[in-house]
Design a protein around this ligand. Structure first.
Ligand SMILES: N[C@@H](CCC(=O)N[C@@H](CS)C(=O)NCC(=O)O)C(=O)O
Length: 179
């Protein structure tokens, strides 16, 4: 099935993944909106209490930060280094270098924030920390380990995230699915 097929464009007007159609027909796209909806629907304790306005605002702030200053440059590297290979196109090294510089700057600031807070949105693990997992794994596997290791508080945060039993279980399932 093509992402540009009429069938898929009904689910995701921009022709991307993920998009989810629930049994009652409710359709949702954008990974963060899907995750937040599922966490609220099933009362999974990965979000601040709706009554705590400041905690909710800090969650939204951390979510925007992740999306704009982390996932954006990391996604550019992923597109240049992985997607373009599949498409038979050459990697634009200038784009990769600029994105790597943006990520270095991102981690410098995250380092200062994580010296004061255990997790990205607060001292509690939240959905925002989970948003980082796939892209962090990609960066660590594709030559950007030093970028993470060079930041002590970021490394400690990452260790806290991946040592959580649910994350360990997800990583084990992912490894089994790739076999
Ligand atoms: N902000 C969107 C990103 C969606 C996105 O760019 N998805 C990529 C895969 S990670 C995609 O569908 N790429 C295929 C394409 O652009 O044709 C989200 O978080 O859901």
């Amino acid at each position: 099935m093509s992402l540009q097929s009429n069938e898929h464009l009904q689910r995701h007007p921009w022709g991307k993944v993920p998009a989810v159609v629930f049994p009652d027909g409710f359709t949702l796209y954008e990974s963060r909106a899907i995750c937040k909806y599922l966490a609220q629907k099933y009362a999974i304790t990965l979000l601040p209490a709706a009554t705590d306005l400041e905690a909710c605002a800090r969650f939204d702030q951390a979510q925007s930060t992740e999306m704009l200053y982390f996932a954006d440059p990391a996604g550019k590297i992923g597109f240049e280094k992985i997607a373009k290979k599949f498409l038979g196109l050459p990697t634009d090294e200038a784009v990769v270098s600029e994105a790597a510089r943006a990520l270095e700057g991102y981690f410098d600031i995250a380092e200062r924030l994580l010296q004061k807070s255990d997790y990205m949105a607060s001292d509690s693990f939240s959905l925002v920390d989970i948003y980082y997992v796939p892209v962090m794994r990609f960066l660590l596997a594709f030559g950007y380990k030093d970028l993470v290791d060079g930041h002590e508080a970021v490394s400690a945060w990452w260790s806290r995230c991946i040592s959580r039993p649910a994350i360990q279980k997800m990583l084990a399932n992912d490894a089994a699915a790739r076999k």
